[in-house]
Design a protein around this ligand. Structure first.
Ligand code: AMP
Length: 112
């Protein structure tokens, strides 16, 4: 399987690392849409939120619990936004589950 985020999590493609533990990897987005833009991913390949089920519940809990750690380490003390795009209508361009953490300024209220 050819997945760019799997390669990033393995260190095969370089990234600016924001956080890492046994199951979770976070790195700065290459095309930031806010002053701080970090992507949080599970190290194992899961295609999107739509692929989650009971078998991945422990892993997804680990990913979610990493988000406030990443935000704190990135200096987001005044709030931030967490987004996961899913599929065609969600404009998901990389088919490896990821949560965008966006912050560092007051973000626009509307998303769609
Ligand atoms: P999405 O459109 O929700 O699938 O988001 C994919 C994100 O991955 C985009 O914000 C891209 O800028 C980002 N991205 C793609 N390739 C890389 C890379 N090599 N390093 C860091 N971020 C990347």
């Amino acid at each position: 399987m050819d997945c760019i985020f799997c390669a990033i999590a393995k260190g095969e493609i370089p990234s600016k690392i924001a956080y890492e533990d046994e199951h979770v990897f976070a790195f700065y987005d290459i095309a930031p849409q806010a002053p701080v833009h970090v992507l949080v991913i599970p190290k194992v390949h899961i295609s999107s939120v739509d692929a989650l089920d009971e078998s991945t519940s422990e892993l997804i809990a680990r990913v979610m619990l990493a988000i406030p750690k990443v935000a704190k380490a990135a200096g987001l003390t005044n709030g931030y936004r967490v987004i996961s795009n899913v599929g065609e209508d969600g404009c998901q361009s990389v088919k490896h589950l990821h949560f965008h953490i966006l912050g560092g300024k007051k973000l626009p209220e509307t998303m769609a």
